[in-house]
Design a protein around this ligand. Sequence first.
Ligand SMILES: Cc1ncc(C[n+]2csc(CCOP(=O)(O)OP(=O)(O)O)c2C)c(N)n1
Length: 351
Amino acid sequence: MHRVIRSNGQFDRKLEPHLSNDYLKQIYRWMLLIRKLSERCLLLQRQGRIGFCVDSSGHEACQVGAASALTPKDWLFPYYRDAGMCLIKGITLSVLVNHIMANADDAAYGRQLPVHWTSREHNIVSSSSFVANRLSHAVGVGYAIKYKNDDRACLTSFGEGSTSQGEFHAALNFAGVWKVPVVFLCENNQYAISLPARYQTASESIAIKAEAYGFEGVQVDGTDVLAVYAATKRALEKARSGGGPTLIEALTYRLGGHSSSDDPAKYRNKEESDYWKRRDPIPLFLEYLKEKDIITTEEASKMEQSVESELLIAFRAGEQVPKPSLATMFRDVYSEMPWHIEEELHEALGE
Ligand SMILES: Cc1ncc(C[n+]2csc(CCOP(=O)(O)OP(=O)(O)O)c2C)c(N)n1
């Protein structure tokens, strides 16, 4: 397993990616923003101010490491846990918040589960809650990229539970045969809701499955943002230069519940959770930054405050936006509204 940052700020100098100090600080800020976004969403859900959310605590290194290796031209097919990847790819916080609040400014008009991130402008294809269903979409776009001789790549992310779907096999098989420029990122958080990873596969890892499809699989420490960044960057560069797909397994742990409708204490023991809390990706990276004199404790806590206020402003603004009108429910089904939908629309509006 590839790892750059060990513990207590110790790291492997030979494996460190070359990133400027400012960029490393930016990475830390993104990680904080993603964590605090998750925490705030759960609070708002408990107060009845949003309907539903998923927790991404523990996934920050996977999301920031992978997404910061993408170029604006690359395509991203994220899954529901990856709001953070979308932020890094360029979606603004207010766009995410409008979706989370399912308000009138939500690109999906509040008609989807509020974790189906999308942005045409940023080449982010709408995620969907059907697990593994974007893998073949990413391969299709990858095939088109190859056909057009373009120099971009696709990245698609999913959990280890998704690797038991037939679609995982179909997508990786096609990608291997046609050498499409796709990076498959499995964020292995060790649980598919309540099902532990050991019941998901008899293989010794997820990464090893790539061998069966004829391409490279690598396992990285998914709590180590630098390891995920380095592996993803390398895989994307390989994809863009005609080297075909890579499967990356980033091994981490979901620190919170599966979603706002889950209680992980029902199926995980405290010793296990405590063990992984000690490998929380955020303090782990902070220790590294401090060890290298890139950030001070004071600067880090100022950064935390600025992230809190950024979130507060974004959610306050999102809450001011009204709910979508009932009429939006009937839009975008057909390019021109047929008579029977129009009839239903008038009936719904009581006209
Ligand atoms: C095709 C399909 N089957 C079942 C579900 C119900 N379901 C929602 S999330 C989930 C667990 C997915 O686990 P994993 O892929 O490991 O991702 P994680 O949520 O752990 O990040 C399941 C089974 C679904 N959404 N889609």
